[in-house]
Design a protein around this ligand. Structure first.
Ligand code: UT7
Length: 421
């Protein structure tokens, strides 16, 4: 797929060509939560629909490592190397740091050496905001292959003594590859909205520049999620239906044209009420919140991946993704699905090729870090720092490896093997 057609880079379509998810192994059931706060399985199930959630108990598992795992899975489905990605958009409500962005950490982890990278802070609407940006970057010819990731370790910012919030959230990540294509369809329209007057209804008060971390902010729990659940509930049921109608209107489509809605997986009752407003039957609305709880930015890409795994998405289907969250924000996307969803048979050597690329990316990252530490004292006669020398050497190595790979499939085809890319 090329972003340039006869020198014109406008009017291109943005198709989702890869998808993937990553979830921590540890399952935490409602009964387990009932042992730490005053709640019950019955209350959580009937008020939210959630039965269990995943929690990243291993400190080395972070928003970036989960995001990188989901991104690798999406690249595998799209069957493209990380070096082909030219932008990484990471939506997260639990970034690794204020800066550097989680997107940059993921860029390093997957070795996307030709990509720009940035985070979006639009809370649970962030992934759909990311799809809107990806569509715009592709249509304006500024990018050709984009990773849009939603990733969370909300368990690290949840107050485990607050029953109003701790029963709701879970950890996980989802990612899609969005690629430029001349084929009509893909992400048709998006809707991105906000009402900042509701910012205090759902927030993480401290740790930013308004309320920097102090002993007091830590002692009074200001680094945890605070929420007015009832007010967010009312807002959510209204905007989910409105945003769905608006993206469909923009695309010239009606509710009856929709094959599947993938809503933000926050609360079964929010989904049920807003989809009822739209007159959409249950079988056209995907749900998996019973297994994962509310994974914020990750909920929609995880749900999309599972909907595909369950055979619910076919080429030409019209999908709507719609979410809401802190800000207050909301977002919707109408998509005409454009690629086959059955698993493709990859050439037998692809897995080892991919593993080698990721090992090389790790080695590159380590070398760059070491050389940067030594930098300053070591400058070549040409004025290049050691980092630049190492970077150039690694790029040369990568290029020669790539050339070798181009020849390899051709050789395999000659021997009767599949040269599919
Ligand atoms: O991605 C966006 C994230 N946020 C959301 O999606 C939140 C949207 N809001 C909601 O999902 C719902 O408002 C909640 C699930 C948070 C709460 O459900 P609700 O039906 O709105 O309950 P409520 O807040 O009206 O509380 C009802 C009662 C209260 O007790 P009293 O005051 O009636 O005695 C709460 O203290 O339920 C109590 N309660 C609980 N009881 C047992 C609140 N949390 C719990 C709990 N277990 N975990």
């Amino acid at each position: 797929m090329s972003a340039m057609q006869g020198g014109l880079s406008f009017g291109l379509y943005a198709h989702i060509t890869g998808w993937g998810k990553a979830l921590p192994e540890r399952v935490v059931t409602n009964d387990e939560l009932a042992q730490i706060v005053d709640t019950s399985d019955e209350w959580i199930r009937t008020r939210t629909g959630i039965r269990q959630r995943r929690v990243a108990v291993d400190p080395s598992e972070t928003s970036a490592t989960l995001g990188a795992k989901a991104a690798r899975a999406a690249l595998e489905v799209a069957d493209i190397p990380a070096s082909k990605v030219d932008m990484i958009i990471c939506a997260t409500s639990s970034p690794e740091h204020i800066f550097p962005s989680t997107a940059c950490v993921i860029q390093d982890l997957i070795g996307a050496v030709n990509a720009g990278a940035f985070d979006i802070s639009a809370a649970c609407s962030g992934f759909v905001y990311g799809l809107g940006l990806a569509k715009g970057l592709i249509a304006s010819g500024q990018a050709e292959t984009i990773l849009v990731i939603g990733t969370e370790t909300l368990s690290r910012i949840v107050d485990w003594s607050d029953r109003n919030t701790c029963v709701l959230f879970g950890d996980g990540a989802g990612a899609v590859v969005v690629q430029a294509s001349p084929v009509p369809g893909g992400i048709l329209t998006t809707e991105m909205g906000c009402d900042g007057s509701g910012g205090d209804l759902l927030s993480l008060p401290a740790g930013g520049s308004k309320m920097p971390a102090t002993l007091e902010t830590v002692a009074s729990g200001q680094h945890f999620i605070k929420m007015n659940g009832r007010a967010v509930f009312r807002f959510a049921t209204r905007v989910m239906a409105d945003a769905t109608r608006r993206v469909l209107d923009k695309a010239g489509l009606g509710i009856d044209d929709v094959d599947l809605v993938i809503p933000h997986q926050a609360n079964e009752r929010i989904i049920a009420v807003s989809m009822r407003h739209l007159g959409l039957p249950d079988e056209k609305v995907f749900r998996n919140l019973q297994y994962y709880g509310n994974t914020s930015t990750a909920s929609i890409p995880i749900a999309l991946t599972e909907a595909i795994e369950q055979g619910l998405v076919k080429p030409s289907d019209v999908l709507v993704m719609v979410g809401f969250g802190a800000g207050l924000t909301w977002a919707g996307a109408a998509i005409q699905w454009g690629v086959p969803t059955q698993e493709k048979e990859a050439p037998f050597w692809r897995a080892s090729q991919r593993a080698a690329m990721y090992n090389l990316a790790r080695a590159r990252s380590q070398l760059m870090r070491i050389s940067r530490r030594l930098e300053g004292s070591l400058i070549t006669e040409e004025g290049d720092t050691l980092t630049e020398v190492v970077g150039k050497r690694l790029d040369e190595l990568r290029k020669s490896k790539k050339e070798g790979e181009k020849e390899e499939p051709a050789e395999k085809e000659e021997q009767g093997g599949s040269g599919e890319q």
